[in-house]
Design a protein around this ligand. Structure first.
Ligand code: HEC
Ligand code: HEC
Length: 444
């Protein structure tokens, strides 16, 4: 079992990664180099800790302004926050499978908007992941793991931010347009203060500073990894889970039932850091084709995840086709669209897919006139060997599903405990149910 990376500290991980020499993997995917003081036009190297701290703080505050600023986009109408809604854990603001963008605001994307919370512990992409937390055996290769976006194609927040800014179906902008917007913005002076006067010398310099600021903002603990869910309160002994939630947790963990925790890890890491509800592995689940997506009107189009089309470095390597990064399930109940192609809109439908994909495939895939189920209809047959067959996907047609309807409801009740912003003091039922001290298996 893979466990998530270590956090240096919950307080200002970006900063501590830059300052404290904390060499854990917390300085991973998006806490790396670019939060360090070597910013374009920044002051010379020998900075004191206080100066580094001040610089990160300035970048963070600028990043927040940029994140909410639609003037960076080609249409002038789309901000990062339009798709990554702060009220929805920085996930989609609505139930659309994919959002609209581009210069006319009518161009659909083809992937669901992921939450931007808890990305601080996503490791850099690797084809062969060896986890020191893996039951004492580091020789186990857990396969392709990590990286940002559904296909893991970039490792740093700054590189990632470039994608939506320049994508023709997202913000549809250019470095020149972004630079002009920043120069004309009310925060232009703050930009000079943070990066030095030369930041406006060239569009490329300004653009690089924009990307770094966005990355710094995405690492603000209070907004991006607050750990304030009911489940966190439960782990800390400050709340109890009711019967449905506790039963749901057990089903989530049980290898013979949901077996969800084998990928969406629910236990603390060995160093005691909180569970991330993902091992960040890239996995093929054989999610059905979302026929509502305009791009899927073309029968030849397939979103193959790590082997393309968005990602290009693994193109033509069959073993990477159809795999997508396991998302964290923290705040999943704030979403109304699920899986990389946004095919489902209710959590119980997602859980039902897991437990009935193989026992009742006709519920999820098209059935031909002859009554043949077109299973895995979004993945060409030559890649089917990649599709996961671990429990609960280890059954065959007609078998009993791993969870019944009542159990699916309980798993969903448990998933609802993963939403940030829970306050035990405001929940009169917070002390009703089962506390962490009373369970052995729920957590350790
Ligand atoms: C039109 C909607 C849209 C806008 C606007 C948008 N994004 Fe995204 N964002 C997405 C989608 C869709 C993905 C998944 C992309 C993929 O997998 O290829 C994504 C992925 C991401 C990720 C990676 C998340 C993960 O789970 O690895 C980050 C970080 C991110 N966006 C930040 C930003 C920033 C910063 C901006 C503004 C500069 C922005 N986004 C603007 C739709 C949007
Ligand atoms: C073998 C690893 C694996 C197992 C086991 C697993 N998941 Fe997942 N989960 C994934 C991957 C990979 C995705 C993304 C798949 C995609 O979009 O193509 C995902 C996506 C999800 C999503 C959608 C999240 C989002 O933001 O769209 C939910 C909800 C979810 N899983 C819940 C569960 C539950 C509940 C179980 C147990 C019944 C479970 N998972 C078991 C790997 C796994």
């Amino acid at each position: 079992m893979r466990l998530p990376f270590v956090l240096c500290t919950l307080a200002f991980a970006a900063l501590s990664a830059a300052m404290s020499g904390c060499d854990s993997h917390a300085a991973s995917a998006n806490t790396n180099a670019s939060t360090q003081p070597a910013a374009p036009g920044a002051a010379p190297q020998a900075q004191t800790r206080a100066e580094v701290f001040a610089h990160v703080k300035q970048m963070t505050s600028l990043g927040e302004k940029l994140f909410f600023d639609p003037s960076l986009s080609g249409s002038g109408k789309l901000a990062c926050a339009s798709c990554h809604s702060p009220g929805h854990a920085f996930g989609p603001p609505n139930a659309l499978s994919v959002q609209l963008g581009g210069n006319d605001m009518h161009r659909p994307g083809f992937r669901a908007v992921p939450s931007l919370r808890y990305l601080q512990s996503v490791p850099a992409f690797t084809r062969h992941f060896h986890d020191s937390d893996d039951e004492g055996d580091e020789s186990v290769d857990a396969g392709p793991t990590g990286g940002l976006t559904w296909d893991g194609r970039v490792d740093h927040g700054a590189d990632q931010a470039r994608i939506p800014l320049l994508s023709t179906f997202e913000m549809g902008s250019t470095p020149a347009r972004v630079a002009a917007a920043v120069k004309a913005s009310p925060y232009a002076d703050d930009f000079r203060k943070a990066f030095g006067g030369s930041v406006f010398d060239s569009d490329d310099k300004t653009f690089a500073a924009v990307l770094q600021s966005l990355e710094a903002f995405e690492q603000t603990p209070a907004q991006f990894y607050p750990y304030t869910s009911k489940f966190d309160a439960f782990l800390a002994g400050r709340a109890k889970l009711n019967d449905a939630e506790m039963h749901g947790l057990q089903l989530f963990n049980d290898e013979n039932k949901g077996n969800c925790a084998s990928c969406h890890i629910s236990q603390r890491a060995k160093d005691g850091s909180p569970p991330q509800f993902s091992d960040f592995g890239l996995i093929a689940l054989g999610v059905p084709r979302n026929r509502a997506l305009p791009i899927n009107k073309n029968p030849k189009f397939h979103d193959l995840g790590a082997c393309g089309p968005e990602r290009t470095d693994l193109k033509g390597q069959d073993e990477y086709c159809g795999i997508f990064r396991t998302p964290s399930l923290r705040n999943v109940a704030t979403r109304k669209t699920f899986f990389h192609n946004g095919i489902y809109h209710k959590l119980d439908d997602v859980v039902r897919f897991y437990v009935e994909r193989d026992t009742n495939p006709e519920k999820f895939y098209p059935v031909s006139k002859q009554g043949v189920v077109e299973k895995f209809d979004d993945l060409p047959k030559r890649y089917w060997a990649n599709i996961n067959t671990d429990p609960p996907f280890d059954r065959k047609k007609g078998d009993k599903p791993a969870l019944d309807e009542a159990e699916i409801r309980d798993v969903v009740a448990f998933l609802n405990t993963l939403t940030d912003g829970y306050d035990p003091a405001k929940d009169k039922d917070s002390q009703k149910g089962i506390g962490i001290g009373e369970v052995k298996s729920a957590s350790n």
